[in-house]
Design a protein around this ligand. Structure first.
Ligand SMILES: [Zn+2]
Ligand SMILES: [Zn+2]
Length: 408
């Protein structure tokens, strides 16, 4: 403990955090390079090659490439202990045109790292550098998992099916995600459900076309669809447990051919987000049974197609313990925040627990800084972060979590 000028004791910088601070220029260089050259899901060839090149420069050599198509794994061998734990970062970007006027802005039109996966990848490279620098003192092995296709392509599942959790067998896995509503450099911890189950819905309300001036001779699919869409929101608001978070958003509606013809079909597409499996079941039952009856009562016919997306991510308590203890080690108790509710976004990290069958959990790393103007949300064309501040915390947090998991 060092004494501050006011005489209060301030905690000394943790050695892992000190190592991350030394890496700051490298961390920025990595993140900015990846940011400038974004690649969409499952096309992360250049990013994967860059990751391999940087791992080699760090002095790491036990790499596997092409894992789950474009994924990379790298083993950091410890001096003692046989246990192996894993840390994961995602590498894919989004189809968004970047609006940030910065020197490291995307060099690829229509593509941008707007979900912070550039930062995640840089933080994981940093964690690899910190852990490899510990040499014989590392109490086990750490596998670095650089995964492709988080944004809708289930890259995590592809890597698991390709054996990324085997040889050596991984005992538990942790990861982090940037979060724009948390103060820059703070770490968010949550127990239990962290992300939602995502399902795509594609439904068509069929009517019967007729002259617009004689609606009684047909079935107006637009009128029936209007009632059906209101019924869906009514069902969610009044017939399901309000405490259990869930939503159904329709983002596309299309139907009709001419202003003076009764539309014979309306197609709506959207996404269903649920946390508890029972909540999901209730919504699916409503759509497939009750809504069908409602549409039939108005003379229409309903077809519903549900495409199952990512499973919900339920953070494992033992990994959360490691994440929380590591966060406190790195930034101190005052900057570790409890995240009160799960988000309704999807996260394919859930597959590590569900398909991989190992304890898995993720934390959040804050990026919000009003003074410096970092307030844009994830998935927006102006998302950015103060990388000099955020990246060392992320790299140290990941490295220290691995150490905590190995000791646990
Ligand atoms: Zn995203
Ligand atoms: Zn993301």
């Amino acid at each position: 403990m060092a004494k501050t000028r006011r005489g209060r004791k301030s905690p000394a910088v943790h050695p892992v955090m000190a190592a991350a601070i030394k890496l700051r220029p490298k961390l920025r260089q990595w993140r900015r390079h990846i940011h400038m050259y974004p690649e969409p899901s499952m096309e992360e060839q250049e990013t994967a090659a860059y990751v391999v090149e940087q791992l080699r420069e760090i002095g790491l050599h036990e790499m596997k490439t092409g894992v789950g198509e474009t994924g990379v794994t790298c083993l950091v061998r410890g001096g003692k202990g046989r246990k192996t734990v894993a840390l994961r970062a995602d590498m894919d970007a989004l189809e968004i045109e970047e609006q940030n006027d910065v020197e490291y802005a995307s060099r690829k039109p229509g593509l941008m790292h707007a979900c912070g996966h550039d930062a995640h990848t840089a933080c994981l490279l940093g964690a690899g550098a910190i852990l490899s620098g510990m040499a014989g003192k590392l109490p086990g092995n750490v596998k670095l998992v650089f995964q492709p296709g988080e944004e809708g392509s289930a890259g995590a599942l592809k890597m698991i099916q390709d054996g990324c959790l085997q040889k050596p067998k991984v005992a538990a896995i942790a990861g982090l995600h940037l979060m724009h509503d948390l103060p820059s450099g703070d770490i968010g911890i949550r127990r239990g459900y962290r992300n939602a189950q995502t399902d795509e819905i594609d439904m068509t309300i069929h009517g019967v076309s007729a002259h617009a001036a004689a609606p009684h001779e047909g079935v107006d699919a637009i009128a029936v669809a209007s009632q059906a869409l209101i019924a869906v929101q009514q069902f969610l608001a009044r017939h399901t447990d309000a405490v259990d978070r869930k939503l159904l958003t329709f983002g596309i509606i299309e139907g009709g051919t001419r202003p003076n013809i009764l539309a014979d079909a309306v197609r709506v597409r959207g996404t269903i987000r649920t946390i508890e499996p029972a909540g999901r079941e209730a919504i699916l039952t409503f759509l497939n049974k009750d809504l069908r009856k409602l549409v039939a009562a108005m003379g229409g016919k309903l077809t519903v197609r549900i495409e199952e997306g990512y499973p919900p991510l339920k953070n494992d308590d033992s990994v959360v313990d490691a994440l929380e203890a590591a966060a406190t080690d790195i930034v101190g108790e005052g900057r570790v925040v409890e995240v009160p509710v799960p988000g309704l976004g999807g996260e394919d990290f859930a597959y590590f627990g569900i398909e991989g069958g190992i304890p898995a959990a993720m934390s959040r790393l804050g990026t919000r800084d009003e003074k410096k103007g970092f307030t844009s949300p994830l998935h927006s064309s102006t998302f950015d972060c103060d990388d000099a501040k955020v990246l060392p915390v992320g790299a140290a947090h990941l490295a220290q979590t691995a150490i905590r998991m190995l000791r646990g």
